[in-house]
Design a protein around this ligand. Structure first.
Ligand SMILES: Cc1cc2nc3c(=O)[nH]c(=O)nc-3n(C[C@H](O)[C@H](O)[C@H](O)COP(=O)(O)OP(=O)(O)OC[C@H]3O[C@@H](n4cnc5c(N)ncnc54)[C@H](O)[C@@H]3O)c2cc1C
Length: 301
């Protein structure tokens, strides 16, 4: 079967794109390699998605999936490894086969770079976070750690300093790599301290996050805290699409608010594209835009 639109990735962007395309009367296949719902499924509590006072990421994801199934989406668990542009048709190659579509929306998101240390996986979403805007409020008047020294780490530390009692930044280098303007703001904060030239060795805690062990020239030591924000970079999931989508220097899809790419009939949506704010609401907005543009393209073929 040739689909009108194939959506790659079932995060908030992909699911919203599918919803809009289905409601415009198009046939849609969603291909997802992992968890339906995307990154949001890692969040135990979401409080900034309009209309929901408080909802877990997995409940929100379930509702989004239920909605696209109700509208008639086909879904498959497959990893897309390449898209071949064959003019009016696009061949979507996966780890287990091939699918054809008139248009494709790539909504493969990004994942936060992990520390890769012992104990980390256990507490992601329950003590270890990657987003102060999303989770900072859960640490009101508490002690938190921020790992990293670039712009995002400094920004995370600044926003946490407004909420938390104490913020400790741990940076592996002897200096920050973030902007001087942000460094100056950090220096003015009484409740922010910095530990340079230390790496995170492991996470402490059996059933709840208790802190970390860090290592510097003088050996190892423990840092106790209520939570930790890891800000050592985001990794976009775009490598497989390089032949049809131009990427920026950091590997994100080069595309403006219109979500179009260098290839006619191929669109991008959500965290995988160059943008300033990566949130569920902005991913959904992209999904709607990409879908409506793709629908128009398909109708004009
Ligand atoms: C722990 C955590 C908490 C968060 N909390 C909040 C919050 O409270 N509020 C908020 O607004 N935002 C929050 N965010 C951010 C939010 O989850 C993301 O901005 C949003 O999910 C981005 O949506 P997306 O659809 O663009 O990408 P993603 O959610 O990353 O979804 C992309 C999907 O594509 C799939 N995929 C990738 N490559 C392929 C491939 N080759 N083939 C098939 N499938 C593929 C992935 O498996 C994934 O399911 C949080 C993020 C994290 C990690």
């Amino acid at each position: 079967m040739t689909y009108d639109i194939i959506v790659v990735g079932a995060g908030p962007a992909g699911l919203t794109a599918a919803l809009y395309a289905l409601r415009a009367g198009k046939s849609v296949l969603i291909l997802e390699k992992g968890a339906f719902g995307g990154q949001a499924t890692f969040s135990p509590k979401i409080e900034n998605y309009p209309g929901m006072t408080e909802i877990s990421g997995s409940d929100l994801a379930d509702k989004m999936v239920e909605q696209v199934l109700y509208q008639g989406a086909d879904v498959d668990v497959e990893e897309v490894v390449e898209i071949k542009n064959e003019g009016n048709l696009k061949k979507v190659v996966t780890d287990s086969g091939e699918h054809l579509a008139r248009a494709v929306i790539v909504a493969t998101g990004a994942h936060h770079r992990r520390l890769g240390v012992e104990g980390e996986d256990k507490f992601i979403g329950e003590g270890i976070s990657f987003c102060a805007v999303c989770d900072g409020a859960f640490y009101k008047d508490k002690k938190v750690l921020v790992i990293g020294g670039g712009n995002s780490a400094l920004q995370e530390a600044l926003s946490l300093s407004e909420i938390c009692e104490e913020v400790t930044i741990v940076q592996n280098l002897a200096f920050f790599t973030g902007e001087e303007r942000l460094q100056a703001l950090i220096n003015k904060k009484d409740n922010v301290s910095v530990i340079f030239s230390h790496t995170v060795e492991r996470v402490l805690g059996d059933t709840a996050f208790e802190g970390i062990v860090i290592k510097g020239e003088k050996g190892e030591r423990e840092l106790k805290a209520d939570g930790m924000f890891v800000a050592i970079g985001l990794v976009p999931e775009m490598k497989a699409f390089e032949s049809v989508i131009e990427l920026d220097e950091r590997g994100y899809a080069k595309s403006g608010e219109a979500c179009i790419t260098k290839t006619e009939g191929i669109y991008v949506a959500g965290d995988c594209r160059t943008k300033d704010v990566r949130q569920i609401s902005t991913a959904c907005a992209d999904g709607a835009i990409a879908a409506l543009t793709a629908v128009k393209y398909v109708e004009n073929l």
